[in-house]
Design a protein around this ligand. Structure first.
Ligand code: FES
Ligand SMILES: [Fe+2]
Length: 456
């Protein structure tokens, strides 16, 4: 009798020595019933739904505005746009952070349209001016106004807190503390010490898809064989596991082994494909790295000896880390090679890895459900061999071509894909999308969005 799909997945895991984090579940343990597997397509297309999100979600949820290192010194500020709202995060004289509506109390102009540094927040239109803490400092010809008192005309503040170097804002005056909102996801990512990492690139572009279509493509690995065929020898999407962490969630994708869908990948192919992707996606020169050894392959491409290609790749990562001066002691063997995907509800995904992390964020367009703003950032650990990478302060307005050039082919494939999805969703014949359990996080995300839209 042929093995059942679940058995194949388990046998593959055993053969490759995968150790699944105990609390995480395979897709086969998370199968959705028919009703829960369907998501009405209106959520991705309708103006009314977008407006409800803008009204009920973005005004009340903690969301990542930027990284701490982008605004390190007093007076540094960075605008953050969410839907039709404009906010401004400002580093204070005492090193703390505050965020305000980026709207002049005079006639509404954006006070600071760009990231920058200044000793005070002066609106360029007529010169009304606030201190960094938002208190009103100066109004030209103030004697020609009535009823403009300092207290009422301070900048309007929104909650602002940081965690692991990420600066969060929340426009809701009744917002719970950030740590309470993050709950278990904060504990899970602690080992990566992201507060010590530095933002080394930040690309931002507008894409022709809904913000949820955009982020949902990073909540599952089911699409890998279809959209990223170059990865099938080195990533087992069928052994991916999932866990919910309050409104956030976590997905763990094993790397350095082939998908169970692939027949007959040799050790050499696995090893070489991994190195190629690893170095290409990081734009590092060659695959020479710092390891001084290579596994020995026989004429069929099998590694000589007991250890697997995955074992060698893990050791290679350890060796690389030692040369670069990174402290990998706190990370498990799995964390050195696999990809830990974390989602901060509702729109922020971290692909946490030992040697760098990718960050993906989608934000809604102010009025058009068919468009979103997509940010791609990279974090790198400080390197003991040299100074920290220069923090990326400036957003780079990117094109799909510059994304391939600067960030890599995998993301470019995703970008092309999600824009095709948005076009397809308009089909009059289509009422809903249908999820497999591999895509359970898409269900979770939409459940929590509903909670925000329908709740108090
Ligand atoms: S609108 Fe800002 S000073 Fe007039
Ligand atoms: Fe992808």
């Amino acid at each position: 009798m042929p093995a059942r799909p679940e058995q194949i997945v388990d046998q593959h895991a055993a053969r490759w020595g995968l150790r699944r984090p105990g609390e995480m579940k395979l897709a086969s343990e998370l199968v959705l019933d028919a009703e829960r597997s369907r998501i009405p397509k209106d959520r991705y297309l309708s103006r009314a739904f977008l407006e409800r999100e803008n009204e009920r979600l973005w005004t009340r949820v903690w969301q990542v505005a930027c990284r701490e290192e982008s605004i390190p010194a007093p007076g540094d500020h960075l605008p953050y746009r969410i839907a039709d709202q404009e906010l401004l995060v400002v580093r204070q004289d005492d090193g703390s952070l505050r965020a305000f509506y980026n709207a002049c109390r005079h006639r509404g102009n954006l006070i600071r349209p760009e990231a920058g540094t200044s000793e005070e927040l002066r609106c360029p239109y007529h010169g009304w001016c606030w201190s960094l803490d938002g208190s009103l400092r100066r109004i030209p010809d103030r004697h020609l106004t009535r009823g403009v008192d300092d207290e009422t005309y301070a900048l309007q503040e929104v909650a602002c807190e940081s965690f692991a170097g990420y600066v969060f804002v929340n426009p809701d005056p009744g917002a719970p503390p950030l740590r309470e909102f993050l709950g278990g996801v904060a504990d899970r990512i602690a080992a990566f010490r992201m507060e010590e990492q530095r933002l080394t690139s930040w690309h931002s572009l507008e894409l022709a898809c809904n913000w949820k279509v955009g982020i949902e493509a990073f909540l599952e690995a089911y699409h890998v064989p279809g959209i990223h065929p170059q990865l099938v020898n080195i990533l087992d999407e069928t052994n991916t596991v999932y866990e919910r962490l309050g409104v956030h969630h976590h997905m763990w994708i094993p790397y350095g082994l082939p998908s169970t869908r692939v027949d007959g990948a040799t050790d050499r192919e696995i090893y070489e494909d991994w190195l190629r992707e690893h170095f290409r996606e990081r734009h590092l020169p060659g695959a020479a790295g710092s390891a001084t050894w290579e596994p020995e392959f026989d004429e069929k491409g099998a590694i000589v000896g007991e250890r697997s290609a995955r074992d060698y790749l893990i050791e290679r990562q350890q060796a690389e880390g030692r040369v670069r001066g990174h402290d990998y002691e706190r990370l498990s063997r799995e964390q050195l090679i696999d990809v830990d995907h974390y989602m901060f509800f509702p729109n922020f995904v971290i692909l946490a890895k030992a040697d760098d992390s990718f960050i993906l964020r989608t934000r809604p367009h102010a009025t058009d459900p068919d468009r979103c703003i997509f940010d791609v950032m990279r974090l790198e650990p400080s390197d003991a061999r040299g100074p920290l990478p220069v923090p990326a302060v400036q957003l780079v307005e990117s094109t799909p071509e510059s994304i391939v050039e600067n960030i890599g082919e995998v993301i470019a494939q995703d970008f092309a894909n999600i824009q095709r999805v948005q076009r397809g969703l308009h089909a009059r014949s289509l009422e809903h999308v249908t999820l497999t359990a591999n895509e359970v996080r898409v269900r979770w995300l939409n459940d929590d969005i509903d909670r925000w839209l329908d709740g108090d």
